[in-house]
Design a protein around this ligand. Structure first.
Ligand SMILES: Nc1ncnc2c1ncn2[C@@H]1O[C@H](COP(=O)(O)OP(=O)(O)OP(=O)(O)O)[C@@H](O)[C@H]1O
Ligand SMILES: [Mg+2]
Length: 246
């Protein structure tokens, strides 16, 4: 089944053309890494997929539903979750409180009609289960602002998982992390269910090649190369961009 189908998507901000004719398609369970230099349009593409912005033209479908004009919550209800390039946590709250809020939000989206008290129990259980599953029990009562940046990124990924998404978009989850922290986040991504479709933006080619089934390279708002590791490593235009020839 096709999880995500992006057809000829263009996005302009006033006079700035951020995306030009982007076409990409992912099968369910596929892991695609988006590479590309600063300003290539990677985050803009994520915003268009999640509904944080609307494409100027083109069409996006999620598991067969046309979502091009849908708001973010409707897309989340169809199974989409994402993290942001800039940390999106409540710094003054604890790890557990942040996860509780995420679980709460995810349950709202599923419109579960149960008694409020049962619902509170449910939310607590789910939040604690997530902390356990992702080895964050010891951090449960720590304030997010006292966590290392790497730990914060891990909490964000767990929050995105709170609604059991079918497709997950990760915007540079390893940016600014130490090599050890990068390994931990990569370990999390590897541990995700194999049927979860993943699109990850990454700057480090080695990390990208390790995680990805397939790579797409963006440059100046376009997808300029797509394929497996050999295809990308052998692509002259990609080498030129990364060596700064262009
Ligand atoms: N809200 C906006 N208004 C105007 N221009 C924007 C807006 N958002 C993005 N752009 C422009 O669109 C282009 C693509 O930006 P985008 O953030 O998608 O790049 P990126 O590939 O994610 O880069 P980075 O690797 O630095 O995160 C850039 O030229 C950027 O300045
Ligand atoms: Mg970006």
């Amino acid at each position: 089944m096709i999880a995500l189908d992006i057809e000829n998507v263009t996005k302009s901000f006033g006079g700035v053309r951020a995306l030009t004719g982007v076409t990409l398609s992912l099968n369910e369970g596929e892991r695609l890494v988006l590479l590309g230099p600063n300003g290539a349009g990677k985050t803009t593409l994520f915003h268009s997929i999640s509904g944080n912005i609307l494409a100027s033209s083109g069409r996006i479908s999620l598991f067969g539903d046309d979502i091009t004009q849908l708001p973010p919550d409707a897309r989340a209800r169809l199974g989409l979750a994402r993290t942001f390039q800039i940390t999106n946590l409540f710094a003054q709250l604890t790890v557990l409180e942040n996860i509780l809020l995420a679980v709460c939000g995810a349950q709202k989206l599923t419109f579960k009609f149960v008694r409020p008290l049962d619902r509170y129990d449910d939310i607590q259980k789910r939040a604690r289960a997530l902390l356990e599953e992702w080895n964050l029990v010891d951090a449960a009562d720590r304030l997010v602002r006292n966590l290392s940046y790497g730990e914060q990124r891990q909490v964000e990924v767990v929050m995105a998982l709170s609604g059991e998404p079918r497709i997950l978009l990760l915007d540079e989850p390893t940016a600014g992390l130490s090599p050890a922290e990068t390994l931990r986040v990569m370990e999390m991504v590897r541990k995700l269910p194999r049927d979860m479709t993943i699109v990850m933006i990454e700057h480090d080619m080695d990390v990208a090649f390790e995680i990805a089934d397939r790579i797409a390279v963006m440059h100046q708002g376009r997808v300029i190369a797509e394929g497996d590791e050999a295809a990308i490593r052998g692509n002259q235009q990609v080498s030129d961009i990364y060596l700064g020839v262009e």
